[in-house]
Design a binder for this molecule. Structure first.
Ligand code: DAT
Ligand code: MG
Length: 137
């Protein structure tokens, strides 16, 4: 049992498609809490810092292009085991493998536009929350 905080993003595709309310509704219905929320468009440098672990991947360029392509919604979400729990709510990275009923399983078709981001570990959550909400968590 651990009360955790995690960084959740509704990525630019989710915002453009009008899915912000849908994603937030699922987070709240599950029983997690919103601790902070902001609509923002990322600078390239911020996006590169956020996705630093993927710098050497072949898709890094398109990933940064995509995440900076329009406004996104950044949230700090908290609750019991919220990091793993949010990953389950989101579904697998590749929407083809994401279970129906998950956010990606219900709303996405391609890996490069998979609606949401969620931190994958306590270390990632602390690092990523520091980027989006400096000094707050
Ligand atoms: P996740 O977002 O589930 O944590 P990740 O950290 O492995 O997944 O990758 C970050 C994002 O990069 C992912 O949400 C979509 C994109 N991505 C991952 N693998 C990709 C691939 N093979 N081709 C294109 N985009 C990819
Ligand atoms: Mg990841």
């Amino acid at each position: 049992m651990a009360d955790q905080k995690t960084l959740i993003l509704v990525k630019p595709d989710g915002v453009a498609r009008g899915l912000v309310g849908e994603v937030i509704a699922r987070i709240e219905r599950k029983g997690y809490r919103l601790e902070a929320l902001e609509l923002t468009t990322l600078e390239r440098a911020t996006a590169e810092e956020h996705y630093a672990e993927h710098t050497d991947k072949p898709f890094f360029g398109e990933l940064v292009e995509f995440i900076t392509s329009g406004p996104l919604v950044a949230m700090c979400v908290s609750g019991e085991d919220a990091i793993t729990g949010m990953r389950t709510l989101m579904g697998a990275t590749n929407p083809l493998e994401a279970t129906p009923g998950s956010i990606r399983g219900d709303f996405a078709t391609i890996i490069g536009e998979n609606i949401v981001h969620g931190s994958d570990s306590p270390e990632s959550a602390a690092r990523e929350l520091g980027i989006f909400f400096p000094g707050r968590f």
